[in-house]
Design a protein around this ligand. Structure first.
Ligand code: 13P
Length: 250
């Protein structure tokens, strides 16, 4: 059975102190036991949050990005080695905000994924279409292309360490959530694509998360879909009560 996951993406929110307090509150909250919780914090927060969660088997830490080079003259950037040294286990890659505001391409993200895996960290690979693409009926083709170009260079062994997050861009931060049927349709297509490439057993064990205006009020219906294995949550992950409500929605 595949792992169910509630992941938070704090984006560029929360001071260091606010971040530590939120991590502490989630760590101490009454949570469903079999759900893996991942906190995607700003780089500045990684070490402090990892320290709070160092004995937790259920709550893990993710960076939101990394540079494609291992080290060097890249002012302001964060390397994979730095991320690993904080105690974080995951790196979110290919988020639509990175694609949109920093021009990240599938090819660049594919390189970062390889590097992250070579450091023993696990990627959370984001994909998803913008509204005009969906309106043109091309969303499945586009996401298939993102998944193929971003991930299918990996060996089967490495691919099994990847978490996929389908985040339709039109649903991010808009309050317009994909319907459970829209999410299920896309997740099913992604899983079929994985099965064609790596076989049914690997496809069945890959966690595919939905992201885009996941809230306590809609999480249960989304997570009830057979191919939706959890969520990547932005706004609603910034407060302990709403994020814990989402964690407890499976
Ligand atoms: P919201 O939950 O705020 O829509 O953000 C989703 C997201 O981008 C998570 O990575």
């Amino acid at each position: 059975m595949r792992q169910l996951i509630a992941a938070g993406n704090w984006k560029m929110n929360l001071t260091y102190q606010e971040g530590l307090a939120l991590a502490e509150a989630i760590h101490n909250a009454q949570r469903a036991e079999d759900i893996l919780v991942i906190l995607g914090t700003p780089a500045i927060h990684l070490a402090g949050v990892s320290e709070i969660l160092k004995d937790s088997k259920q709550v893990k830490v993710a960076a939101q990005n990394c540079h494609k080079e291992e080290k060097g003259a890249y002012t302001g950037n964060i390397s994979v080695g730095m991320i690993r040294s904080t105690g974080a286990d995951y790196v979110i890659l290919g988020h639509s905000e990175r694609r949109e505001y920093h021009g990240e391409t599938d090819a660049l993200i594919a390189e970062k994924i390889k590097l992250v895996l070579s450091y023993g960290l696990k990627p959370i690979y984001c994909c998803g279409e913008k509204l005009p693409v969906r309106e043109a009926g091309k969303h499945i083709d586009l996401v298939a292309q993102q998944v193929t170009e971003g991930l299918f260079h990996l060996s089967a062994e490495d691919f099994q360490k990847v978490i996929i997050a389908y985040e339709p861009v039109w649903a991010i931060g808009t309050g317009v959530t994909a319907s459970p049927e829209q999410a299920q349709d896309m997740h099913r297509c992604i899983r079929t694509l994985i099965a064609d490439k790596y076989g049914a057993a690997i496809a069945d064990s890959t966690s595919i998360l939905y992201g885009g205006s996941v809230k306590p009020k809609n999480a249960k219906e989304l997570f009830a879909q057979p191919d939706v294995d959890g969520g990547l949550v932005g706004g609603a992950s910034l407060k302990a009560d709403s994020f814990v409500a989402i964690i407890n929605s499976f």
